[in-house]
Design a protein around this ligand. Structure first.
Ligand SMILES: *[C@@H]1O[C@H](CO)[C@@H](O)[C@H](O)[C@H]1NC(C)=O
Ligand SMILES: *[C@@H]1O[C@H](CO)[C@@H](O)[C@H](O)[C@H]1NC(C)=O
Ligand SMILES: *[C@@H]1O[C@H](CO)[C@@H](O)[C@H](O)[C@H]1NC(C)=O
Ligand SMILES: *[C@@H]1O[C@H](CO)[C@@H](O)[C@H](O)[C@H]1NC(C)=O
Ligand SMILES: *[C@@H]1O[C@H](CO)[C@@H](O)[C@H](O)[C@H]1NC(C)=O
Ligand SMILES: *[C@@H]1O[C@H](CO)[C@@H](O)[C@H](O)[C@H]1NC(C)=O
Ligand SMILES: *[C@@H]1O[C@H](CO)[C@@H](O)[C@H](O)[C@H]1NC(C)=O
Ligand SMILES: *[C@@H]1O[C@H](CO)[C@@H](O)[C@H](O)[C@H]1NC(C)=O
Length: 626
């Protein structure tokens, strides 16, 4: 059993927590292509109002059928939306892939349309009906030339034949087919997919065009054709989920560690936006109503009296009109710019993607919540702007940016030594412990990951991105609206059931700890499959009593070896499959402060120990794949 099957086992174990028995394959959420329509919406606010319900509608359709189309609202601001999971995704992977679509599509807002091709699914919205379109100006091929075939002529021949055959097969098989061929020592794997709403002749035309276009990728060993009505991919490596039920035995299971969309984040943005829209009188039938008329006296007072209120114009100036040169990064719900206020203070300004009028109450709860949260290890929200054409959040700015840029970076100037790393781990733990147990409102962060940990000039950890945070009191322990967060860091019970407790943060924290100590990502960057699962690797080393081997060589030092292993051990405790077995963050802080003074806890429920037998069981039920 290789590491691939161990990941499989891990996944099965995670899933086995639930009564449902579902297997998770590879949702393939890596980005292939994204296009935004150039046209600006007649009314961004109304478009956004329609966008959210359209995505909700689409979500139920996709969950039920693997694809769907929806029309919400009236021209010219109606939203026509289509989404399609590729036929080899099982229902859970499809859900995960669609979540990504749902969180990325709003990046085109306030343009009237957006198109997103991921490796496992497709999504598009426009303000007109495009459901029967099979061609567009954006159709293209995406070839990966970094590794070319050494036998270009034979290779081209094989690609041509397999692509042709599989596309033909798809036309006769409700738009989906996979197939592969070994010829002259070459394996070529092909997946063809039409959107299922297309009739057979449209599907055929689309696939024929895409199939001939993709041939231009040869001798690249990997090619994709993205067309308005279909998608074809070929590769010399097996990339699809072998089938529905035993998908991850195919060995392509690394992508379980991938970003998943965040409905709540989008919701938050939306709220802010509508405030703006309303203030700017975009609802033109009303004659620019006062804040009080719009929101009632309490909320109006809250806005105008709030010390969180920034002027849009000031922030626009501070960021050089949101110039690219000021861009710090791209978060899950907005672009972040560096700004310099007129008094010289540096800030980080997050420009949110999407605005709408729903969820005003939630928004104010959110702002209120974040405003109450003050801790040395939490990024401070300085305010927001509600009076401009985009909604903005203003945060403290930190010179050093995020933790992931340090621990995964090979350059010596970014090297963090062990005491620095330990201090960062300690800081994150304290920040989380505060959120969970000490702040006035108990908060689950939901999206703890290395890129959400900023480092200040003294390399102190600051947890950021509270967009996903939710007041505990409101939400109790369940979250039904959808999965938010980043997949590699998500606790198993949260992925499968949406059960959200502080222990989900504890799990994500555990993953971050393991990343810090090993210097390896829990997820491989998009497009590569360098490693399968960090968690699996560390647990294997733990079982083999060889934890020292997994320590980042750059910090490895005999004198601190034991301390480091203690910390890995804490990380493992945090990533146990059973939430009850994970320590609280307060306990973690204690353990870190006093690393030698606590009793050795037996790791009761490590994610994949009881799992290997389960895989055998699984394999017994279906034909083994490899
Ligand atoms: C963009 O939207 C406009 C209408 O808003 C439409 O006419 C045009 O075809 C769209 N472009 C693409 C590439 O879909
Ligand atoms: C889809 O949207 C329409 C409004 O456009 C709504 O009436 C309908 O209930 C929605 N369906 C689902 C399944 O959400
Ligand atoms: C889409 O939006 C554009 C720009 O606002 C508008 O000109 C066009 O008429 C809209 N399309 C439809 C079908 O309403
Ligand atoms: C692969 O082939 C393409 C097109 O023939 C060429 O542009 C590219 O440089 C080649 N790449 C390598 C790594 O040889
Ligand atoms: C493609 O189909 C043809 C005819 O159906 C068959 O002879 C050929 O072997 C197939 N080639 C591949 C690579 O599958
Ligand atoms: C297949 O590869 C092996 C070893 O790389 C080589 O000996 C053999 O000749 C190859 N066969 C063909 C048909 O290319
Ligand atoms: C999975 O694939 C194997 C072999 O390809 C096949 O025997 C089995 O029936 C498949 N299971 C499903 C549910 O498609
Ligand atoms: C995959 O499995 C689901 C049920 O788990 C089923 O509804 C669907 O038709 C299957 N798809 C394929 C392509 O076998």
């Amino acid at each position: 059993m290789g590491s691939a099957s161990c990941v499989h086992s891990l996944l099965l174990a995670l899933i086995s927590l639930s009564i449902l028995k579902v297997s998770v394959g590879d949702p393939r959420t890596s980005l292939v292509a994204q296009f935004c329509n150039d046209t600006l919406a007649a009314s961004g606010a109304i478009l956004a109002d329609n966008f959210v319900p359209a995505m909700d509608n689409l979500s139920s359709l996709v969950n039920a059928n693997g694809y769907g189309t929806d029309i919400t609202g009236l021209d010219p601001n109606g939203v026509y939306a289509l989404a399609q999971c590729y036929g080899d995704l099982n229902p859970i992977d499809c859900k995960l892939c669609f979540s990504e679509i749902r969180s990325q599509l709003p990046k085109c807002y306030p343009k009237t349309g957006g198109t997103l091709f991921l490796d496992g699914c497709f999504g598009r919205y426009e303000n007109f009906s495009f459901f029967n379109e099979i061609y567009s100006q954006d159709d293209k091929t995406v070839c990966v030339f970094t590794q070319n075939s050494s036998k270009p002529t034979v290779f081209a021949q094989v690609v041509k034949e397999v692509v042709g055959n599989v596309s033909l097969q798809a036309q006769n098989n409700k738009g989906f087919a996979i197939g592969s061929q070994m010829m002259s020592n070459l394996s070529v794997y092909v997946l063809s997919q039409c959107w299922e709403n297309l009739d057979k002749s449209l599907c055929s035309s689309c696939l024929d065009s895409a199939a001939s276009a993709i041939l231009s990728c040869s001798p690249a060993t990997e090619g994709r054709a993205v067309y308005a009505g279909c998608f074809i991919r070929y590769s010399t490596e097996l990339f699809w989920n072998v089938n529905n039920t035993s998908s991850s035995s195919s060995g392509k299971n690394k992508t379980i560690w991938i970003v998943v969309g965040s409905l709540l984040g989008v919701v938050l943005l939306i709220v802010i936006g509508i405030l703006i829209a309303k203030r700017r009188g975009l609802f033109s039938k009303k004659k620019s109503p006062s804040l009080t008329e719009l929101y009632g006296p309490e909320i109006a007072a809250a806005i105008s009296q709030s010390n969180l209120n920034f002027k849009y114009e000031d922030l626009r100036k501070a960021t050089n009109n949101f110039s690219l040169s000021k861009k710090l990064g791209q978060g899950s719900y907005g672009t972040v710019y560096k700004g310099t206020l007129s008094d010289g203070k540096e800030v980080a300004v997050k420009q949110l993607f999407l605005n709408t009028k729903q969820w005003i109450d939630q928004f104010f709860n959110e702002v209120d919540l974040v405003n109450q949260v003050r801790h040395k290890n939490l990024v401070k929200l300085l305010g927001c702007s509600l009076d401009g054409s985009e909604s903005l959040l203003v945060y403290e700015y930190y010179e050093n940016r995020s933790l992931d840029q340090f621990i995964f970076d090979e350059s010596p100037e970014k090297l963090l030594d062990w005491p620095q790393r330990l201090d960062i781990i300690q800081g994150i733990a304290e920040g989380l412990s505060y959120l969970h147990e000490e702040s006035a409102t108990r908060i689950i962060h939901r999206d703890i990951k290395a890129s959400n940990i900023l480092l200040d000039d003294k390399l102190k950890a600051k947890i950021t991105d509270f967009g996903l945070a939710r007041s505990f009191a409101q939400d109790q322990t369940h979250l039904t609206t959808g999965i938010a967060g980043t997949l590699g860091y998500l606790a198993p019970e949260y992925i499968v059931h949406g059960h959200l407790t502080e222990k989900a943060d504890v799990y994500s924290f555990g993953i971050v700890v393991l990343e810090i100590v090993t210097g390896k990502r829990c997820s491989s960057p998009v497009g590569s499959h360098a490693d399968h699962s960090l968690l699996a690797k560390v647990w294997n080393h733990y079982k083999a009593n060889a934890l020292a081997e997994i320590i980042d060589r750059k910090i490895y030092d005999k004198s601190v070896n034991d301390d480091i292993i203690q910390v890995i051990f804490i990380g493992l405790q945090c990533t146990q499959a059973d939430p009850q077995s994970r320590p609280t963050m307060t306990r973690v802080v204690e353990m870190l402060r006093n690393s030698r003074s606590y009793e050795e806890v037996v790791l009761t429920d490590p994610p994949f120990l009881d799992v290997c037998p389960m895989e055998d069981l699984e394999q017994g039920m279906s034909t083994p794949q490899s």
